[in-house]
Design a protein around this ligand. Structure first.
Ligand SMILES: C[S@@+](CC[C@H](N)C(=O)[O-])C[C@H]1O[C@@H](n2cnc3c(N)ncnc32)[C@H](O)[C@@H]1O
Length: 305
């Protein structure tokens, strides 16, 4: 695991050696299913960045964005595009590295995926006429290879966006699952890995917004009860978009996905009385989110609803 993590004073105790060994196996060998690797379509990413408020009319270089599982960079690269646009509008013309080094933290567990996306980021920065040395410095500052659920991180981010991994507990090594259970109160019953991802992301959220696309099961089923309680007690459900039946991902996924935007606003939300609920599933707005049928040839990742 790389060590360029921000050390937060309340850094949790180090994980057990058995858990770290399991992380290492997932980082070096974990297959697509074991890592929950499902990638998000560009128009959905832009929609979520807009909903979360990460827009270049704001001085984004003065804010911090977290992508907890960046995969192929489907959120990361559009976020960098918006950040650079904002810096060109609002920046003071000083050193780009000094201005932007703290603007993004993005984490990825799988080492090969991390390296491939790091190279894609460097290519993108080069295309934006940022010199190789600065581009490498920015990539080193922004990207972390490791387990988001165990990594010590600075406490506050104005924005958290992404598509957390969908991994059933049976696929997570027992020692690692024990470590997660000791750290995350929302892991209950058969909770999927995206549940502690939401819990940790909320704990790291400053006033701003969290925008995730993930399975909607936690809003309805038994294992989601502790997370529902956390959200209703301490956060606000700002927007909920039902994406069932729309084609949000680059693979076909047998999950029931939803876009959820949460913030620290006073807790007006009740999950049985949503304040911003849009159902795309029935309408299947083909212009924006092509339906599954049109992408039937894509590989299939099976996550039961
Ligand atoms: C569902 S994909 C999402 C990728 C990207 N955010 C997107 O939307 O296209 C999940 C990614 O999380 C990574 N991952 C799995 N477990 C992780 C963990 N504990 N910490 C950080 N990343 C993890 C996987 O390797 C995979 O690339």
């Amino acid at each position: 695991m790389q060590l360029n993590l921000d050390i937060f004073p309340n850094t949790p105790p180090p994980a057990s050696l058995a858990a770290l060994a399991a992380v290492e196996v997932l980082a070096s060998q974990g297959g697509v299913e074991a890592r929950g690797a499902v990638f998000t379509r560009r128009e959905v990413v832009d929609f979520i960045l807009d909903l979360a408020g990460y827009t270049s009319d704001k001085p984004l270089h003065e804010m911090r964005l977290l992508e907890p599982s960046f995969g192929g960079g489907d959120f990361l690269l559009p976020a960098v595009e918006r950040l650079l646009a904002a810096w060109r509008i609002h920046g003071d013309g000083g050193s780009i590295f000094d201005a932007l080094k703290d603007s993004i933290r993005a984490i990825e567990l799988h080492r090969d995926t991390f390296q491939i996306t790091r190279r894609a980021l460097l290519e993108y920065l080069k295309a934006c006429e940022i010199g190789a040395l600065t581009a490498n410095q920015l990539a080193d500052a922004w990207l972390v290879q490791g387990d988001f659920l165990l990594a010590p991180l600075a406490s506050q981010f104005d924005f958290v966006v992404g598509n957390p991994p969908y991994v059933r507990q049976e696929l997570i090594p027992e020692a690692l699952m024990r470590e997660y259970r000791a750290r995350y109160a929302t892991i209950y019953d058969r909770a999927d890995l995206y549940i502690p991802f939401i819990e940790r992301s909320l704990c790291l959220l400053a006033p701003g917004g969290l925008g995730f696309i993930c399975a909607d099961r936690w809003m309805k089923n038994r294992y989601g009860a502790p997370l529902r309680k956390l959200v209703t007690d301490q956060y606000r459900l700002k927007v909920y978009v039902d994406m069932t039946g729309s084609d949000a991902f680059l693979q076909e996924v047998a999950a029931c996905p939803a876009i959820t935007v949460l913030d620290l606003g006073w807790s007006i939300s009740r999950l049985d009385g949503l304040c911003g609920c849009i159902a795309y599933g029935g309408r299947r707005d083909k212009a924006v989110f092509p339906t599954r049928a049109r992408r039937r040839n894509r590989s299939r990742v099976s996550t039961p609803c």
